[in-house]
Every structure is written in C-alpha cells, then in structure tokens.
Design a protein. Structure first.
Length: 293
C-alpha cells in the first residue's frame, strides 16, 4: 500500500483487510468455546499474539517502545480486555451473523468517543456514511429477529468497550509506532487475563492447539492492520470499513459451517460496502484538494 494512495484510501484498505481477518478469528473462537472459557481464550490469544511480535522487538532492539504514555496504553488494554471477554462469550452463545451484526454499533461509539475525547472533527457527511453502513446492518438483522438476552447485552457492552479502545488507539497512533501499540496492548493484556484464566483453568487438548495458534496469529496481523488504518486516516473515515466483517463472517460461515446466507445478507452487505466506498472516495477527493471537512 504505497504512498501514491491517499491517506483515506490506505486507511480504508487497512481497515477492510483487518475486518476480513477478524472474521476468521470468530471461527477459531467458536471452535474453542466448547472446551475453553472466554477468560482462557483471551489469555492464550494474548500470549500467542505477544510472541508473534517478538521478531519485530528483536529487530528494533526495543527502541520504539520508549513512551511517556503508559497510562493510556494501560487504560486501552483494560478496556480492550473487558470487551474481548464479553465478545468471546457472545460468540459462543449467539449465531455468528447475529453477533457480528450487533457489533456494528462499534463505529458509532468509536466516532462519538473520538469526537468528545480527542476533538476529532466529524462532519455530517461522515456521520451519514456510518449511518448508511448501519442501515445495511439493519437490513441483515431485520429488527425483531434477535431476542434480547445476556449474550445480546454482552455484544453491546463489547461495542462500547471497543469504541473507547479504538478512540484511545487513534490517540496513541498520532504519536506512537503502530507495532508498538499492538505490542503494548497484548503485553498488558497478559497479566490482566492471567488471574481469571487460572481460576477457570482447563487444560487445552491437542486438537485445541492449532486453533489457539490460528486465533493468536491472525489476531495480531488483524490488529496491526487495524492500527495502521487509524494511523493514516481519521476514525470517521476508516471505521465504515469495519462493516466488512459481515460479508467476511457470512463467507466463513458458508465455507466452514455450510450456513447459506439469505438474500437479506447480500443486500445489506451491498449497502455496507457501498457506503464505505462512497465515503472513502469523497475523503480522497477532499484530501487531494487540501480541503478539511
């Protein structure tokens, strides 16, 4: 993704890639939820992801880890941990498409927190793009199809946590190295996850190990893409492409679980993708013209 592309376009591509990769991790979570609790899954994922960043740490000799923003890193890790535990619980107890669709409230929370906490400008056009993507989600979900319950509230709690974590990540991305942000996130998550995971400890089976590796490795790549999206583009530009998780989840559901998406999923996905493309093209044009919204 060279510098010939605008920041908005690069942010859109990074976020779309991240969303599709995160869709793949949901399969791993579902496969592991039969034998491991959400607390254990978060710990194992964090350990694998942390180990995956070690080659980068060795290559840079840790020089990019120098920071004066450890409190922000700590708050980001704490909020992300709480949201991830809740999210893994929801994935184990809701149909994949329903859980993924409900998570599409994250862009609203992200843009709201970014506007309030770090003063990021959010114009009417950007809100319209996010709202259009959410309309696509409603087409998929069709209000009334999902029964409220603890797993549903768990997803909404996750969306709030992730929205705040995304805002904090965007704040860090303005001054910190993208890979350092990912490293600190998982490094701080490990001690947070250790106590609860030991309390609910179950020894993983040999069959679990490949899925744990898949979960951790794909997560760290997805998180790197996500962070880079927020480095090169404002949250209100990048976050509409978070909605790409829906067609990604539908594809994995079809390929692995033989779940056949109905016409509403594809119609909603078209609206979601269209809203993201329109806002990215508009932001690219504004960036080239040197116009700030």
């Amino acid at each position: 993704m060279g510098n010939t592309l605008s920041g908005a376009t690069r942010g859109a591509l990074w976020m779309a890639t991240s969303s599709l990769l995160f869709s793949g991790t949901y399969v791993a979570v579902r496969e592991l939820s039969g034998t491991l609790t959400s607390f254990e899954l978060v710990l194992y994922r964090s350990i694998v992801a942390l180990l995956a960043t070690m080659p980068w740490l060795i290559r840079t000799r840790g020089l990019t880890l120098r920071t004066k923003r450890i409190p922000i890193y700590g708050l980001c890790a704490l909020v992300a941990y709480a949201g991830t535990v809740s999210w893994f619980f929801a994935l184990a107890n809701l149909p994949l498409a329903n859980a993924t669709s409900l998570m599409f409230t994250v862009p609203f929370f992200t843009v709201m927190f970014a506007s309030v906490l770090i003063g990021e400008p959010v114009g009417l056009a950007r809100w319209a793009g996010i709202a259009a993507g959410f309309v696509g989600v409603l087409i998929v979900v069709r209000p009334g199809m999902i029964t409220a319950g603890l797993p549903v509230f768990a997803v909404l709690f996750t969306a709030t946590c992730f929205g705040l974590a995304n805002c904090l990540t965007r704040s860090l991305a303005l001054s910190e190295d993208a890979t350092a942000i990912v490293f600190y996130t998982f490094a701080l998550m490990v001690p947070l996850a250790l106590g609860p995971a030991l309390w609910f400890f179950n020894l993983p089976t040999w069959a679990d190990l490949p899925w744990i590796l898949v979960l951790g490795l794909i997560t760290v790549v997805a998180q790197l893409c996500f962070t880079r999206a927020l480095v090169v583009a404002p949250t209100s530009v990048a976050m509409p492409f978070f909605y790409m998780q829906l067609p990604g989840s539908a594809l994995f559901g079809f390929l692995i679980y033989a779940e056949r998406p109905d016409i509403w999923i594809w119609l909603g996905a078209a609206v979601i993708a269209g809203s993201g493309i329109v806002i990215a093209r508009r932001e690219s044009a504004l960036e080239r013209a040197g116009v700030a919204e």
